[in-house]
Structure formats: structure tokens, C-alpha cells
Design a protein around this ligand. Sequence first.
Ligand code: AP5
Ligand code: ZN
Length: 216
Amino acid sequence: MRLVLVGPPGAGKGTQAEFIAAHLSVPKISTGDIFRANVGQKTPLGIEARSYMDAGKLVPDEVTIKMVRSRLDEPDSTDGFLLDGFPRTIAQAENLDELLDKAGTPLDVVLELVVDDDEVVRRLSGRRTCRGCGRIWHVEFDPTKVDGVCDRCGGELYQRDDDKPETVTERLRVYAEQTAPLVDYYGAQGKLVGIDATGPVEDITTRAIDALEPFN
Ligand code: AP5
Ligand code: ZN
């Protein structure tokens, strides 16, 4: 299955992407994770992306599109993929459609995670991420697990630089302005399914898998 996850910052895309991708046996491709790995390694791409990310802005389309195109060229994406965090602008969506249409492998479905702004702010303010395995935790919603080390791999947990309150506000603004229009874009193609992304993580995963079933 070729699937895109869309939703505001903190909607739980990264959390759900892991379970959904495993269920569908497709690779999870997260542009945020790829950028953060490049920032950590101080690659030229990471150095360029960092200033945008820290300000809560989008990395320019040309840079992001080039990166995703090269990731989709890898052999593990041939039989399907889950894109988390891409596309995020209409230009990125059009570019992706063009690429996939040319290959005769269009997107099957776009899953929207619907959550309101207050919940997003609560989620992002308590998020912790593992440097070792990338597992996403939360100080309030996953409290027994957060003691500075990852329960899964023993790696160090850190707070993302872009989860500061001022940056979160800017990310929400950017989402409303540049990314939310994708809901209408994919809706017009008949490819959009939305689910309520509040409540326990496992319930949302079940809702997502049920919603995707007809497209599989
Ligand atoms: P990216 O990493 O994609 O950030 P984002 O879209 O803002 O999404 P987040 O990772 O913040 O949230 P999420 O929805 O994955 O939520 P999570 O599962 O972690 O992008 C970062 C930056 O990179 C961008 O700002 C931009 O600069 C750049 N970038 C990336 N892609 C780009 C693109 N295509 N074009 C241009 N620039 C791009 O969950 C959040 C928290 O909530 C966690 O603590 C989690 O434990 C908790 N949680 C999850 N589910 C629940 C639940 N059901 N109940 C309670 N808590 C929950
Ligand atoms: Zn870990």
C-alpha cells in the first residue's frame, strides 16, 4: 500500500506510523526523522535544514522534494510505503503525484489524524524522543517509561528543540496555512480518510487500520 499520513504537529503521526507501517509491512519514511538525522550528523543537508526547523518553518520545497525522491528510489519502497510528514505543501503533493503517476503507482490513500490545537500543545510539551531507537515517549501520557532512558533500548531521551512553546505556535500556524490545504486537495481526489486521533494510542491504531482496510 502507498499511504500518506497527514495531521498537525503532535497529532501522533510518528507514534502511529510505526505501528501502521509494521501492520502493512511497508517502510516508514519520515521527513522529520531524516532531517533530524542529518542535523545530528551535521551534513550539508542538516546544516541547511536546521535553521528552518528551529524556527518552526518548513524546509524549502526543492530541498525536501529532492530528498524524498532519492529515498523513494531505494528498493524497499517499490512495493509500498508510508510517508510521515510529506507532502506538507500543495507543491510537494503535486510533485509526488507526478512522480508516482509517471511510474504507474499512484497513492492509494491519505490518512488524516484529527486532533485539536489544545491537545497538540499538551502532547508536544511533554514529548521525549530516544536518541537510540527513535521511540517516542511522553512524560504525562507514558509516565512510567520516562526516567531519562528508553525502556526499549536504554538510549538517552531528549526533548526536541522545536517543541519550545513559541516554536510550537509557529508550527501550528504554518500547518494551518501551508499543510491543511492538502485535506481538500486529497479530498477532491477521493483519497482522504479522516479519523479521530484522540484517546489511547492502541485505540487510534485500531481505528486507523480499520479505516485503511478498504484501500488495502
Ligand atoms: P516533523 O518531525 O514531521 O514534525 P511535525 O509534523 O511537526 O510532527 P511531530 O513529529 O511534531 O508530531 P507527530 O504528529 O509525529 O506526533 P508524535 O507521534 O511525536 O517535522 C519537523 C520539522 O522538519 C518541520 O517543522 C519542518 O521544519 C521540517 N520538515 C519535515 N517534513 C517537511 C516537509 N515535508 N517539508 C518541509 N519541511 C519539513 O506525538 C507527539 C507526542 O504525543 C508524543 O510525546 C507522543 O508520545 C504523544 N502521543 C501520541 N499519541 C498520543 C495519544 N493518543 N494520547 C496521548 N499522547 C499521545
Ligand atoms: Zn530507544
